[in-house]
Design a binder for this molecule. Structure first.
Ligand SMILES: [Zn+2]
Ligand SMILES: [Zn+2]
Length: 369
């Protein structure tokens, strides 16, 4: 198989960095913890860096800079740029350019982490290989106007190494008073933390386009998964995000696990961020209704084509629910044309009836398998 790897296109800097970080994280860190007791304050620093760098990517790089889903005062932009650099995922300018391209060309050739090229490509492969020609950075002109973004782009590597790896080692040296402390700071707060935050981001590009449901749209491969939300600071509701990318929320339901959304709300209450963008609930419910209708019609057509015999009662119920759903959708269209907002009770009813149709479809599936 080796002859099929295009070695001339390997990005040796990225590949070596990821190789050593992985080595330090999965071998160096456990061996260190087996031999030494890490001071509790370094564990606290590890927790702080995990949250600071993780949120700087999801709240800063992703929802603030890539999607402009809210506005932030300079201290928030500054901190997310500094700690975002410490995740070693490139400068915000390059990250956002790739990410905006991912949304524009999802699942196609121009998508930098196109899942149709395979799971491993979307997860990490795209970072390990060079492109024939660098992608134009013409989609981040707005971000170039921000002096802090330009500064971070220029000094990204220096900030990443100094704050991301050297500083934890220096703190470790002073906390434990010896070189073992410095090594602990470097291995645990530095390398292990970089590895975990990077994998969390990589999962969004790979697993969030592979596992989970598609309640809002099947136009692209993005999926919603609460399990993924747990390991991606709330970014696991990726089907919603691809459908409504400018919403500052990814987990839009009240019970969704979305710590990035909660952090934005807290910063808003503190007056540090403003202009939070939200999609109207009626629009979100309409997307769910359209998707449920599309799935129901496709399933019924499939059954008719295959001539499968199924429980008439279930079939009649699904047909009845589908008729009701179409009525709800036209109710939505007319409320939009009259610029009226649907009432809470109407939204609740639309949601309930959409859920019933989705449940009916699942029963139909069970009855025919
Ligand atoms: Zn995506
Ligand atoms: Zn996005």
């Amino acid at each position: 198989m080796n002859h099929r790897i295009p070695f001339e296109r390997v990005n040796w800097i990225n590949t070596s960095f990821l190789f050593f970080i992985t080595l330090f994280a999965i071998i160096g860190a456990p061996v260190y913890l087996f031999k030494y007791d890490l001071h509790w304050s370094l564990w606290a620093l590890f927790g702080f860096y995990m949250i600071a760098t993780g949120l700087s990517i999801t709240l800063g790089y992703h929802r603030l800079f890539s999607h402009l889903s809210f506005k932030a005062k300079w201290p928030i932009r500054f901190l997310t740029l500094v700690f975002g650099a410490c995740a070693f995922e490139n400068s915000a300018l390059h990250w956002c350019s790739d990410h905006r391209r991912h949304h524009k060309h999802t699942d196609h050739d121009d998508d930098p982490y196109d899942i149709s090229k395979g799971f491993l490509w979307a997860h990490i492969g795209w970072i390990l290989f060079k492109l024939d020609a660098p992608r134009p950075m013409d989609n981040v002109k707005d971000l170039r106007r921000d002096a802090l973004v330009r500064f971070q782009d220029r000094y990204y590597i220096l900030i990443a190494f100094l704050v991301g790896l050297v500083l934890p080692a220096v703190v470790g040296y002073f906390v434990m008073g010896n070189w073992a402390g410095a090594l602990g700071g470097f291995l645990i707060v530095g390398a292990l933390r970089v590895f975990l935050v990077q994998q969390s981001t990589f999962f969004i590009n790979s697993l969030c386009h592979t596992i989970g449901s598609q309640p809002y749209s099947t136009r692209c491969s993005a999926r919603d998964s609460w399990i993924m939300a747990l390991v991606t600071y709330g970014e696991g509701y990726h089907n919603y995000h691809h459908e409504f990318q400018h919403d500052y929320r990814n987990g839009v339901k009240a019970w969704n696990f979305d710590p990035t959304k909660w952090a934005i709300v807290v910063l808003h209450k503190l007056g540090l961020v403003s202009d939070l963008r939200r999609v109207a609930t009626s629009k979100i419910v309409a997307a769910e209704m359209r998707e449920a209708q599309r799935k129901a019609e496709a399933r019924l057509a499939e059954l008719r084509e295959n001539g499968e015999s199924i429980c008439e009662q279930t079939m009649a119920r699904v047909n009845e629910l589908l008729v009701q759903l179409k009525k709800n959708l036209s109710e939505f269209e007319s409320s939009v044309s009259e610029s009226l907002d649907a009432s809470r009770s109407t939204l609740k009813r639309w949601r309930r009836e959409t859920r019933e149709l989705v449940r009916g479809l699942a029963e139909l599936r069970l009855a025919t398998t």
